[in-house]
Design a protein around this ligand. Structure first.
Ligand SMILES: [Zn+2]
Length: 153
């Protein structure tokens, strides 16, 4: 199963679960993906705000995978998930150069050896994402929790 962030023309945003990407595309083409708010089929996939190259994202990034796992209460699950996400985010922010909307351009240049390979993060449109995937460039998308903080820097 795969989850996509979806948005309707009415402005409502929700999460849709599909068997896989093709399942979503097929359902969208058949106008079977309906907005739970207004019931219309003008639903499109929205981007997770951040994508970065998987390359070099190795085990020595500092994530303590072997952190002693205490028993997790159901109510704590969300907090735990947010903490993990925060860790990932910090690592990304520290180790990945923010190239913003030039992500696809940079990734392609690195892919073809025009630019020095390095860890980058940034934003991609769905078209760019498709292009990168067709070029065999691996992307990893992570949701960013603290957009607000970033603006203060
Ligand atoms: Zn709607």
């Amino acid at each position: 199963m795969i989850a996509f962030d979806l948005a309707c023309d009415c402005g409502f945003q929700f999460e849709g679960w599909f068997v896989d990407r093709e399942d979503f595309v097929r359902q969208q083409e058949n106008r079977q993906v309906l907005c739970p708010q207004c019931g219309c089929a003008s639903v499109r996939k929205i981007l997770s705000p951040v994508a970065y190259q998987k390359k070099c994202f190795s085990a020595d990034t500092g994530i303590s995978a072997d952190k002693p796992s205490t028993s997790v209460h159901a109510g704590d699950l969300l907090n735990t998930a947010q903490e993990v996400l925060k860790n990932v985010q910090e690592i990304v922010e520290k180790n990945f150069e923010d190239v913003g909307v030039k992500f696809a351009q940079k990734a392609l240049k690195m892919h073809y050896g025009v630019e020095e390979p390095r860890n980058i993060r940034g934003v991609v449109s769905s078209d760019e994402e498709k292009l990168l995937k067709s070029e065999g460039i691996a992307l990893l998308k992570v949701p960013m929790l603290k957009q607000e903080d970033d603006k203060k820097h």
